[in-house]
Design a protein around this ligand. Structure first.
Ligand code: ATP
Length: 233
């Protein structure tokens, strides 16, 4: 469903991604982990087109990144920092994004607004939103669109307990409907609960991509990562 081959990216002389190889199967929920500065966000930005990559190939649902609009309709990306138009309501913004994806499902949208407890705030200007509210808005959008792949950078940051439950329930439904998820996280306990597989980025390369089931046979995720020397001593 998502294939990354030999992905390379430099900022000036700093080679951040040195040939990332990653393949996600349909239905996979992949937790993308690594130390601070390992290049997780850079990888997500290269996949989503926010950054140009220097070398390598990225293909989603058989469509290469070079196919621009068609490629972009294969995924929805929730960044860590969500930029918004301050004076537009979240509801109007979501409706606009849905038109870009050619999705019209008011019933689903209304159900998701309710599931995330946003019935009152959804009509307010996005400039008045907290960090967590912006993430809820983005999750409502993502699950309404239900594209082939969801890509998220630290999606649970700022969510209240109700929203975390909604996030997990919606994710289950989305996966059962044929979706695929790639998300970066630092929360290994969360990754243990949500993911089907884990990929570890270290020194600009994927040094591990394994099913959670197999990894947990070796101990908990923290132990596995310490062994893989994910963090500097
Ligand atoms: N726009 C940029 N210009 C220059 N260097 C950058 C830029 N963006 C990221 N970097 C550098 O690239 C490296 C990887 O950063 P990135 O944000 O991808 O890491 P990360 O794994 O997401 O980190 P974290 O877990 O702390 O969020 C870091 O050394 C960072 O300083």
């Amino acid at each position: 469903m998502l294939t990354i081959r030999n992905l390379k990216k430099k900022y000036g002389q700093h080679e951040v991604l040195k040939g990332v190889e990653l393949q996600l199967q349909q239905g996979e929920v992949l937790g993308f982990v690594g130390a601070n500065g390992a290049g997780k966000t850079t990888t997500l930005h290269c996949i989503t087109g926010l950054e140009r990559h220097d070398d390598g190939a990225i293909v989603i649902n058989d469509i290469p990144k070079s196919h621009d609009v068609k490629y972009k309709k294969q995924f929805y990306f929730i960044p860590d920092t969500i930029q918004v138009f301050n004076n537009i309501s979240a509801y109007d913004w979501i409706k606009y994004v849905l038109t870009l994806y050619e999705v019209e499902d008011k019933g689903k949208l209304d159900n998701l607004i309710k599931a995330f407890g946003m019935e009152n705030s959804i009509y307010k200007p996005m400039g008045t939103y907290s960090y967590g509210m912006l993430h809820k808005m983005a999750l409502i959008t993502a699950y309404t669109i239900s594209p082939p792949v969801l890509i998220m950078d630290e999606p649970l940051n700022g969510l209240d307990p109700l929203a975390v439950v909604a996030f997990k329930n919606c994710m289950k439904e989305y996966i059962e409907g044929g979706g695929t998820v790639l998300f970066s996280t630092h929360l290994l306990d969360v990754a243990e609960k949500i993911c089907k597989s884990i990929a570890l980025l270290k020194d600009g390369e994927i040094v591990l991509h394994e099913s959670l089931e197999k990894l947990l046979q070796e101990g908990n995720l923290e132990m596995v990562f310490m062994e893989k020397q994910a963090y500097e001593a």
